[in-house]
Design a protein around this ligand. Structure first.
Ligand code: SAM
Length: 235
């Protein structure tokens, strides 16, 4: 379970809101049962349930099971999508090791707002499920040009281009000897406008890449690109 509290041997720590219900009603756990905790900083810890009520629970921390490992800095930037697609991408990007999920607004982005707190909660649950010891940061949605203007030019940004005008992602990643940190940017359902692609290509850190000859849904492209990059250049 993810718990945003300092974890050390012997500490008694209160559960986060909702965890009492989750443990007691959903998982049918009881006082004294073992549980594993992480907070994104101190590694993974063995603990026991010390108190368990629907509205309040607590744990006693026992010993460290795994140290906190440095995780690859892989950043997913994607044009804001409809809620269900965004939820799905947040879950899958967490499983695939993204360190940052940055929703962006492009000219053809249809969704006009993103609930970053909701995505962060989904990312926390996905991190628990896949046993990673960190939770990706979900940034507030921002205009694409603002994110690009603030981008560190030393960090490569690969951009999904479905128009058959760009080399395959594997060729670009291999030729560049790509290693984290890097970013992966996917456009909206309607694609990038030509002027946006021109602006992207003018930036020294951008390479446009193809994920094969078929046009993928934006959410598929987000996840497929992360999987490819994870396999080619991740840890
Ligand atoms: N403009 C397209 C259309 O309506 O025919 C669709 C754009 S696609 C649904 C959304 C985004 O997914 C694109 O902007 C691109 O970033 C990414 N994408 C989709 N298929 C891709 C592919 N084969 N290679 C690279 N990126 C792709």
């Amino acid at each position: 379970l993810f718990l945003d509290a300092p974890l050390e041997a012997g500490a008694e720590v209160p559960a986060a809101p909702g965890q009492g219900h989750y443990l007691g009603t959903v998982l049918r756990r009881a006082v004294g049962d073992p549980i594993r905790l992480f907070n994104g900083r101190d590694g993974e810890w063995a603990a026991r349930i010390a108190g368990l009520r629907k509205d309040r629970a607590s744990f006693v921390v026992e010993r460290r099971l795994r140290p906190q490992a440095a995780e690859p800095d892989i950043r997913l930037l994607l044009a804001a999508l409809k809620r269900d697609a965004m939820d799905w991408v947040a879950e899958k990007a967490t499983e695939l090791g993204a360190a940052l999920i940055q929703p962006v607004f492009t000219r053809r982005t249809v969704a006009d707002r993103v609930n970053a707190a909701r995505l962060a909660a989904i990312a926390r649950e996905a991190a628990e499920q896949c046993e990673r010891l960190s939770v990706p940061r979900v940034a507030e949605a921002a205009p694409l040009h603002a994110v690009l203007d603030a981008w560190d030019a030393a960090v490569p940004l690969l951009v999904g281009d479905e128009r058959r005008a760009s080399p395959p992602i594997a060729r670009v990643a291999t030729a560049a000897g790509l290693r984290p940190p890097f970013g992966w940017l996917v456009g909206p359902e309607g694609g990038f406008e030509a002027a946006e692609l021109d602006d992207l290509r003018r930036r020294s850190f951008v390479s446009t890449v193809a994920l094969g000859p078929r046009i993928l849904r934006a959410e598929t492209a987000a996840v497929a690109g992360l999987a490819a990059l994870q396999a080619l250049a991740g840890d």
